[in-house]
Design a protein around this ligand. Structure first.
Ligand code: NAP
Length: 257
């Protein structure tokens, strides 16, 4: 491997990806593992996490598990501390776990609002804090916060989701402000529209799909594997002087009107 390619290697690094039992999280776990990382699959359900990790190991990848609900602060902290003590250092954290709720803003329920904030924003705060407490004394670490084009652009029916993603963008800059001097790079990866369970209602709506393909310069939905190159870059030494940024992987969506 030449020197430049070595910058992108994740050999010898361990990456925890929250909400990696399916969807984008699982694709990112596979992508980071493919670049050499030992990955840690997180799910709330131990059997599901174990099955996904076993599947990755069957594919020749290095995978372990950490079971916790990102919204449960004490549970998160205990799981991260136990993992660091029992298995070893978490070098890379991907805050991916997320949910979507859709309704007009004027009738949006307080319960749905609270659920969105608890998973999409509080979850990233709890997990980042628990992991950073171990990264900071080591003087190195990579944090990738999964944001969204909705951190930049609003759309009717998902204002609260957009608010969580806008907040994640600013939390990323805050992490940079506070932790860059301790060798941590925190950046956000903002996907455009990818066909996952989270977007099932949109994928199944031909009118939306038609609108999206016309609205996106690339003319199509994204494929989850297409997020991996950006994730490997942000997880690797190739991005050691990149901090507090949001990298859009959206087929050009946020570049045009
Ligand atoms: P998804 O297919 O619905 O997967 C969401 C994942 O998050 C699942 O593994 C889910 O676990 C996990 N999760 C939810 N609540 C959790 C909690 N409290 N604790 C731990 N894990 C939890 O969604 P996705 O499309 O892959 O989305 C992943 C991330 O990308 C989200 O942050 C989302 O906002 C973002 N994103 C997605 C798109 C897109 O087009 N799909 C675009 C922009 C941004 P369970 O299986 O247990 O529910």
């Amino acid at each position: 491997m030449n020197d430049t390619l070595k910058l992108f290697s994740l050999n010898g690094r361990r990456a925890l990806i929250t909400g990696s039992g399916r969807g984008i999280g699982l694709a990112l776990a596979r992508g980071l593992a493919g670049a050499g990382a030992a990955v840690v699959i997180n799910d709330r359900n131990e059997q599901k996490a174990a099955a996904v990790a076993a599947q990755l190991r069957d594919e020749g990848l290095n995978a372990d598990i950490a079971v916790f609900d990102v919204t449960e602060r004490a549970e998160v902290s205990a799981a991260i501390d136990a993992f660091e003590a029992r298995i070893g250092a978490i070098d890379i954290l991907v805050n991916n776990a997320g949910i979507q709720r859709r309704a007009p803003l004027e009738t949006f329920s307080a319960d749905d609002w609270n659920d969105l904030l608890r998973v999409n924003l509080d979850g990233a705060f709890h997990v980042s804090q628990a992991v950073a407490r171990h990264m900071l004394p080591r003087g190195r670490g990579k944090i990738i916060n999964i944001c969204s084009v909705q951190g930049e652009l609003a759309r009717p029916g998902i204002a609260p989701y957009a608010a969580t993603k806008g907040a994640i963008r600013m939390l990323t800059k805050g992490m940079c402000a506070e932790w860059a001097g301790s060798g941590i790079q925190a950046n956000a990866l903002a996907p455009g529209y990818f066909a996952t369970d989270l977007n099932r209602a949109l994928v199944d709506d031909p009118d939306f799909s038609d609108w999206l393909c016309k609205r996106t310069p690339a003319g199509r939905w994204g494929r989850v594997e297409e997020l991996c190159g950006a994730a490997v870059f942000l997880a690797s030494s190739a991005s050691d002087f990149v901090n507090g940024q949001t990298l859009f992987v959206d087929g050009g969506l946020t570049s045009v009107v």
